[in-house]
Design a protein around this ligand. Structure first.
Ligand SMILES: Cc1cc2nc3c(=O)[nH]c(=O)nc-3n(C[C@H](O)[C@H](O)[C@H](O)COP(=O)(O)OP(=O)(O)OC[C@H]3O[C@@H](n4cnc5c(N)ncnc54)[C@H](O)[C@@H]3O)c2cc1C
Ligand SMILES: NC(=O)c1ccc[n+]([C@@H]2O[C@H](COP(=O)([O-])OP(=O)(O)OC[C@H]3O[C@@H](n4cnc5c(N)ncnc54)[C@H](OP(=O)(O)O)[C@@H]3O)[C@@H](O)[C@H]2O)c1
Length: 526
């Protein structure tokens, strides 16, 4: 490790910020450069380590959340693995590939500085600066990182040629609703907690918080649904109280991966099924075919809706979504509902209250129709603010580049911001399996850093990201979730092509077209 003119600053080639799934995937793929990984917490695993409830499980089968070169033990076990099993899997991956030696735990990056010389600070999307994407490792540092370690509380500065940001889209920073004066938490006499803090409770602590208490859970997505279920479990028996969910937008929920006896994967995870959906840079002929085939695509969505409406009492509880199923799928919002969720609702342990607007009163929550719900505890399952995490550490003007008029971070190949030199972002665009998305992006990034290919000019990268955002906007009203689930295979193909790998690898074209795409389909080729 060299030093700058300032001897207290260590200089190295590559920094990785975060040791969650994305951070360890990036560490493995860039290990030949011996990166330094800064992890704020004392362990690897990110959300699986510090943002999971006791009941949290993977929402897919283990085969769909698997590194391409590291099979799960008992990979054909069809149970959804618990967060503890996922952590064990990630830990054994890190140990197997000797990644832990690169990680500095309890080391939070609190500030990043650009030291790469002239970067036009006034530049905006219309005024393109020269970037260094063509020279990922120029031989001198472009970024300095301020790192705070838990033990010393002192700041140590480091300098790097390239920085990979893997701080995660979820966890760490809670999204808290805002309220008018005298309508917020200050007037409520009970306890308020965001899921981020609820995650820190062990089983006893969680039961103590919920048992015999009137609980209101705000939200109707995966964190909220699991939380209502934990609340119902803690309140079994005559003494138990009910838990009320505040539902702003009903979303489609799914009981399992079978629809009218067919595996769910055939609807969205094969080349044929994704062919029905729009994708970026698809060309005129493909766009035309997509238009012609749109009734079939809508038919698939209706077919799934028909099953969900038959299987789950969504009508009965006023939870039938007003948007098509495919819009939830396209925006990665589909949640698996725990077994017995609706039997707890039938027993009166889980209640639902539709409300777009709500506020606090001293005894609980008031909704826009002036209903007053009494509560001892209000649990906010209102999501996370991943962008704030980035903005907190990125310097001006780069932090402004994260704000695009579309509301999502424009990332070329889901990884490179065209206007931010020598920096990559892994884990910010979602797909069905976020682990696979992070792994293929890390492989692509490794090849870019090793100059096996070059990215196009800034203008072309920007126009590609805008095209991608337009596709998302046309596909779902929830496009701000930034998800590529309906063209994830094309996304992987494009990255394989950049690296120089073949993208069609199955034994026959029938399999290629109709069997599910997995991490084996982008596995590293020599
Ligand atoms: C409860 C929950 C369940 C989920 N279930 C699924 C699922 O079933 N399937 C699926 O595909 N996806 C799921 N997800 C999405 C999940 O976020 C991804 O699958 C994946 O784990 C994200 O990994 P990551 O490394 O990108 O981010 P994270 O897991 O958030 O890791 C980020 C890491 O960066 C560290 N960090 C943050 N800021 C700094 C800093 N300034 N300095 C140093 N370190 C820092 C954090 O401590 C953390 O360890 C779930 C998310 C949550 C919250
Ligand atoms: N594997 C698992 O078991 C598991 C468990 C938990 C989370 N996750 C994942 O983690 C990610 C985050 O999930 P999440 O559920 O924590 O967050 P989320 O998906 O962002 O959902 C937030 C919920 O809060 C609601 N909400 C936000 N602000 C509100 C307000 N002011 N008033 C009323 N409702 C409000 C939202 O309603 P609107 O829809 O109206 O915005 C939504 O229902 C997702 O990717 C999810 O799949 C997975």
């Amino acid at each position: 490790m060299a030093t700058l003119d300032n001897p207290s600053i260590s200089v190295s080639k590559i920094a990785i910020i975060g040791a969650g799934v994305s951070g360890i995937a990036a560490t493995k793929q860039l290990s030949h450069h011996n990166p330094i990984v800064f992890e704020a917490s004392d362990s690897i695993g990110g959300v699986w380590s510090h943002c999971s409830y006791n009941s949290t499980k993977l929402q897919s089968h283990r085969r769909d959340y698997e590194f391409s070169d590291f099979p799960w033990p008992q990979r054909d076990n069809s149970d959804f693995p618990t967060h503890v099993e996922i952590l064990e899997y990630l830990q054994s991956y890190a140990h197997h590939f000797d990644l832990v030696k690169n990680i500095r735990f309890n080391s939070e990056v609190v500030e990043i500085l650009y030291v790469g010389g002239d970067h036009d600070v006034s530049s905006s999307f219309g005024d393109l600066p020269t970037t260094h994407h063509g020279t990922p490792l120029p031989g001198y540092p472009l970024w300095q990182l301020a790192v705070k370690t838990n033990h010393s509380h002192t700041i140590q500065w480091y300098a790097f040629e390239f920085v990979v940001v893997c701080t995660g889209k979820y966890g760490d920073i809670a999204k808290i609703p805002e309220f008018a004066c005298n309508k917020g938490p200050e007037v409520f006499k009970g306890r308020i907690m965001h899921t981020l803090d609820y995650c820190k409770l062990d089983e006893d602590g969680a039961t103590k918080l919920l048992k015999g208490k009137k609980v209101v859970v705000v939200g109707f997505k995966k964190s909220a649904i699991d939380l209502a279920m934990e609340c119902a479990k803690a309140n079994q028996g005559g003494e138990g109280e009910a838990c009320t969910m505040i539902v702003r937008t009903p979303h489609w929920i799914v009981p399992h991966y079978w629809i009218w006896g067919l595996p769910f994967s055939i609807f969205y995870s094969t080349r044929f099924s994704q062919f029905l959906h729009q994708r970026p840079n698809q060309g005129l002929l493909k766009a035309l075919l997509c238009l012609l085939l749109s009734p079939l695509r809508r038919g698939v969505s209706k077919f799934i809706e028909s099953y969900l409406l038959w299987k789950l009492p969504l009508q009965k509880y006023g939870l039938r979504p007003e948007h098509p199923f495919e819009e939830d799928y396209t925006s990665c919002q589909m949640a698996i509902v725990p077994e017995n969720f609706f039997s707890e609702a039938d027993k009166g342990k889980i209640l639902f209250k539709r409300a777009s607007n709500w506020s606090f009163w001293s005894g609980g929550i008031q909704t826009e129709d002036n209903s007053k719900l009494e509560a001892d505890v209000v649990l906010l399952a209102t999501g996370f603010d991943g962008k704030k995490k980035l903005k907190r550490i990125l310097p001006h003007p780069f932090r402004n580049f994260l704000d695009h008029p579309f509301g999502v971070i424009p990332l070329y190949r889901g990884t490179i911001h065209p206007l931010i030199p020598n920096m990559a972002f892994v884990g910010y665009i979602e797909s069905v399996s976020n682990l696979a998305s992070s792994e293929i992006r890390s492989m692509w990034l490794s090849a870019l850093v090793d100059k096996k290919f070059e990215v196009p000019g800034v203008e072309k990268m920007l126009s590609d990201t805008v095209e991608e955002m337009n596709v998302m906007k046309r596909s779902s009203r929830f496009y701000k979730r930034h998800c590529i689930s309906t063209y994830s295979i094309n996304h992987c193909d494009e990255m394989c092509k950049d690296i120089g790998w073949s993208s069609w690898r199955k034994k026959s074209w029938i399999r290629e077209a109709f069997s599910p795409y997995t991490s084996q389909d982008y596995r590293k080729q020599n």
